[in-house]
Design a protein around this ligand. Structure first.
Ligand code: TRP
Ligand code: ZN
Length: 942
């Protein structure tokens, strides 16, 4: 259809990362932290020195901060006579002393990664090491270490930010108790916070004051935090299961105190839930949350002083959508749960990151499921996992849940570590059952309290309580890639025997080939003609073990490359329901026909698979339309059309969907579940499954197919939409959320059709809740200017109404950036110059640029390559100020191999341009790793 330009391949100036072959001593450790060097799990050695106590004095000024760090240190082995390595980056050393004696230049060596103090005899026992250094928080645009967010001083130390505050052995297996004194101007910074308990507060000369905080729990440096500024405080309290009273404080910018209620309620629910489900009680008398506007991620679990992106704390019905309310609830819970899964028991090294993140995501997902609808929650998680994590696992950054190596650890806060890691813990829970899983987690928390441990240690506890061998299961931690599970079945009407042949296959990923079969729970059900599950009588000739799991049906434990499961006494051919509840994070391949899928969609006792059947039906249609269009392509056609056979399919499929649009069914079914059934797979969820994509052709097919489905649903959706308007709960923030999910899904269906712009405008204009306003806005932005001037009116009205609320305006930027009509490259450029946009605020950068690159398929993947170039230039520029953000923004470019020409070559050329910056410009380690890995020769995948 389109002519492809010659690939503009110039060999990138990238060098193979050096592989340190011996276990590194302190100097090699220093070297391994430098540019373009990888760190390997196999090189792990315990630190040569322990740091037992930290006494920090932080003296804050407008143009600098003076940090005095007093450490008590002792050698792990008194006879080792090792030099002392301390990390330190972007620190200006004022002085250093050992046991009170000032060190001279000859006593230590400094490079850009830290300092190496030469061994001397008084380092054979405990000694005191003190440094004074100067840093410049006001110039810290990386938002790692101590930085300014507007008028606030705050910190972000995970993973390696503490070394930008003071000299330290900045690795999680060095655990110390901290005392922190903060001194600052009394008027500008009345609130001074750090971890633990407030010990004293006093005024000092020159209109300054200081506060002393002490944290009695030993912790790794990444959990250190401090905050200084003018903040409003909202208070509540919680009584723990043992009757202790905990003060709960949320600190926000003045004026935002009214938006903290939901976060506080969520925190109390999470505290209670962790007591009930895991027996975990909070351990200090105070728990603080601080909201800051400039933050690289969602939130951070610093001991007793959680720091949050304000977008994950603040919520009120007028300005926050239902999705925001849910996000606040789950992130508040997530960070709180880290107090045990992460803080009390922490990671030995960063290869173990999923030990805390996978487990904590699993915990927060179960919490949210308990607070709302379990099936809705599960579907939403899986939808996300299958779209984004599967894509990561199939791309150049694919890595195991416990990676073998990294260049920059910030790049490994990934969907694999978080989401797949959570699935792994979930599988352990499923394999063990509720009771043993709880005993395993109790043992883990008790045995390793106060220690820095590994995923092996976690699994060992599970093995111990269950007396099971999880050796094979642990391949989930070491093997990357999404397993495929291919199923064939055979029914013998004479014998009543039904046989399943199950074959698993784990694809090659960069650096990993010829993988071993995995062990996992695979839940299934045999659905009869009348829609009920057959009693499953598993024949002993089966190769895999099977047992029942409450709420999951029959759990088969797969272990071998090929397994056979035989059922006896099945009176007619069943419809097989596979991987119920998404019991394992795998791709299931089985040839269903339409009738079988419609049957599952209607009857499956597993709600997840009812939804999934509907998704498979839609995906099949997309595939067929694309198949024909691609075939037409070779004859110069590329015609995208619905044929006669599809029309029959559309009839059947849409009448199945219409059941979820019947107002009568709303009382009998969860409307949020209905909404999910009615939502067609995202474009990105579809193409993730395809081997190679011509983006614009696939997009046309997708648009055409979804349009046809929406046409079929128009009448029913319109009626459902109108009837829901008069539901008594529709405008109730909490009780109405599910109803609004369904009603706004109706609006989304209607907004694919030309006649409904006025309806969207009506909703947009009259909405009392942000959910409805945004849904109206999103719907309007589908209409081209030629069809309606309402979208442009809405863009202006929204800006006028919300210009003073930065978080709401993030949505304004993001919805335009995702729109094919109002998010063209010219629009993006114009919006990036908007007075409310900021190149230093991660939320704004994500809203505009990341949304454009990751979600606006039509405009970003312009076959001329202009959008690619613009995003590349933006990334290169941001790399100079905030490498973490620049590196994350690069993800959509790294998928170049998946696309056909011209997209593929054009994207690759931009990656090469990033790798070879002009002139003196240096590329960050963060960006280097992503670019380098995505340009490397891919492994052959079969
Ligand atoms: N530990 C944080 C979380 O759970 C993640 C995080 C917050 C983070 N800020 C960061 C990671 C900055 C790297 C860099 O969920
Ligand atoms: Zn976390």
């Amino acid at each position: 259809m389109s002519t492809s330009p010659e690939p503009t391949a110039t060999a990138p100036k990238l060098t193979q990362p050096d592989i340190p072959d011996a276990a590194p001593g302190p100097e090699a450790q220093a070297a391994s932290a430098s540019q373009n060097q990888a760190v390997y799990l196999r090189d792990y050695t315990p630190p040569a020195y322990r740091i037992d106590t930290v006494d920090l004095y932080v003296d804050l000024h407008e143009d600098h901060a003076l940090i005095t760090g007093k450490l008590t240190i002792q050698p792990a082995d008194a006879s080792s006579r090792a030099d002392l390595w301390l990390h330190g980056e972007a620190l200006e050393l004022v002085s250093a002393s050992l046991n009170g004696e000032r060190l001279s230049e000859d006593d230590f060596r400094i490079d850009e990664n830290g300092m190496l103090v030469s061994y001397r005899d008084d380092m054979a026992q405990a000694f005191e090491f003190e440094t004074v250094s100067r840093i410049r928080p006001q110039d810290n645009t990386r938002l790692e270490g101590l930085y300014r967010s507007k008028n606030l001083f705050c910190t972000q130390c995970e993973a390696e930010g503490f070394r930008r505050i003071t000299w330290f052995l900045d690795r999680p297996d060095v655990m110390a108790t901290y005392r922190c004194t903060i001194e600052a101007d009394r008027d500008k910074y009345p609130v001074l916070l750090s971890n633990g308990n407030l010990v004293s507060e006093e005024n000092v000369d020159g209109n300054r004051h200081r506060a002393v905080w002490e944290d009695p729990f030993r912790k790794p440096s990444y959990l250190f935090a401090l905050v200084a500024g003018t903040l409003d405080r909202v208070e509540d309290s919680f009584t723990t299961m043992s009757g202790r009273n905990i003060d709960l404080h949320i600190y926000v910018d003045p004026g935002n105190a009214g938006k903290c209620r939901h976060a506080l309620d969520s925190l109390k629910k999470a505290m209670k839930w962790d007591e009930e489900r895991y027996g975990r009680e909070y351990d200090l008398d105070l728990f603080n949350i601080v909201a800051v506007d400039d933050f690289n991620m969602g939130a951070m679990e610093n001991k007793s002083l959680n720091i949050f992106n304000s977008s994950c704390v603040l919520a009120d019905p007028a300005s926050a959508s239902d999705a925001t309310f849910d996000r606040v609830e789950s992130i508040v819970a997530h960070e709180y749960f880290h107090n045990w899964s992460g803080n009390r028991v922490t990671c030995r090294d960063w290869f173990q990151l999923s030990l805390k993140e996978g487990f904590t995501v699993y915990r927060d997902a179960c919490f949210s499921a308990d607070m709302h609808s379990p099936v809705v929650n599960r579907i939403e998680h899986v939808r996300f996992l299958r779209t984004a994590q599967f894509a990561e696992d199939a791309g150049p950054m694919a890595h195991a849940v416990r990676p073998e190596s990294y260049m920059e650890i910030s790049n490994f806060y990934t969907l694999t570590i978080y989401e797949k890691g959570a699935e792994v813990v979930r599988m352990i829970h499923l394999l063990l059952g509720d009771e043993l899983f709880r005993r395993g987690s109790d043992l883990y928390f008790e045995r390793f309290d106060g220690q820095a441990v590994t995923t092996e240690d976690f699994v060992a506890c599970m093995e111990e309580v269950s007396e099971r061998d999880l050796t094979q299961f642990k391949l989930w931690y070491s093997q990357a890639g999404t397993p495929g599970v291919k199923i064939k079945d055979r029914y013998d009407a004479k014998t009543g025997e039904y046989q399943l042949s199950i074959r698993q296959h784990i694809p090659d990923t960069p650096g990993q080939t010829n993988k071993k079969p995995m062990h996992f729970p695979f839940c299934i059900g045999l659905v009869s003609e009348d829609g009920k599950d057959f009693d499953t009588n598993v024949d002993s000739a089966s190769t895999a073990a099977a047992s029942f799991r409450e709420g999951h049906g029959l759990m088969i434990e797969l272990r071998q490359k090929e397994e056979t499961v035989i059922f006896k006494g099945i009176p007619h051919k069943p419809v097989i329901s596979l991987n119920r509840g998404f019991s394992a994070p795998v791709r299931v391949e089985y040839e269903y026909d339409t009738t079988e899928l419609l049957h599952l969609m209607q009857y499956d006792s597993d709600g997840f698979n009812r939804w999934n059947a509907g998704q498979i039906l839609a995906l099949g249609l997309f595939d067929r339309v694309l198949g024909r269009a691609s075939a037409g392509d070779s004859e110069g056609g590329g015609v995208v059309e619905i044929d006669e056979a599809d029309k029959g399919f559309l009839q059947e499929y849409s009448s199945a969907l219409k059941q979820y649009l019947k107002p009568g069914s709303i009382s009998s079914q969860d409307p949020a579940f209905c909404a999910l059934l009615l939502q067609l797979p995202d474009f990105s969820a579809w193409i993730e499954r395809l081997p190679q994509v011509d983006i614009q052709l696939a997009l046309s097919c997708y648009e055409q197919a979804t349009l046809e489905i929406c046409k079929q649903l128009e009448q029913a959706a319109s009626q459902c939409y109108d009837e829901l308007a008069s539901h008594p709960n529709i405008a109730d923030r909490e009780a109405g959320a599910e109803l609004r999910a369904l009603r706004n899904t109706c609006l989304a269906i209607l907004s694919r059709l030309p006649e409904h712009a006025e309806r969207a405008w009506q909703q947009f204009e009259t909405a009392q809740l942000m959910t409805d306003q945004l849904a109206g806005f999103r719907a309007l932005l589908r209409y081209p200017r030629s069809q309606s001037n309402r979208p442009e009116q809405a863009i202006a009205a929204f800006e006028k109404q919300w210009q003073n609320d930065g978080l709401v305006m993030d949505n304004w930027f993001a919805l335009q950036a995702a729109s094919r009509e109002y998010g063209t490259l010219a629009d993006i450029k114009r919006l990036s110059e908007h007075r409310l946009f900021s190149r230093f605020n991660p939320n704004k950068l994500r809203s505009l640029f990341t949304t454009f690159a990751a979600q606006n398929w039509a405009c970003f993947h312009d076959p001329k390559g202009d959008s690619y170039r613009f995003i590349r230039e933006t990334i290169a520029e941001l790399d100079q100020t905030n490498p973490q953000i620049a590196s994350r923004m690069t993800t959509p470019l790294t998928r170049w191999r998946k696309y056909s020409e011209p997209y593929s070559s054009l994207l690759r050329a931009e990656l090469e341009a990033l790798a070879n910056p002009e002139g003196e410009t240096e590329i960050s380690k963060d960006l280097y790793e992503i670019v380098y890995k995505s340009l490397q020769e891919a492994n052959k995948t079969d």
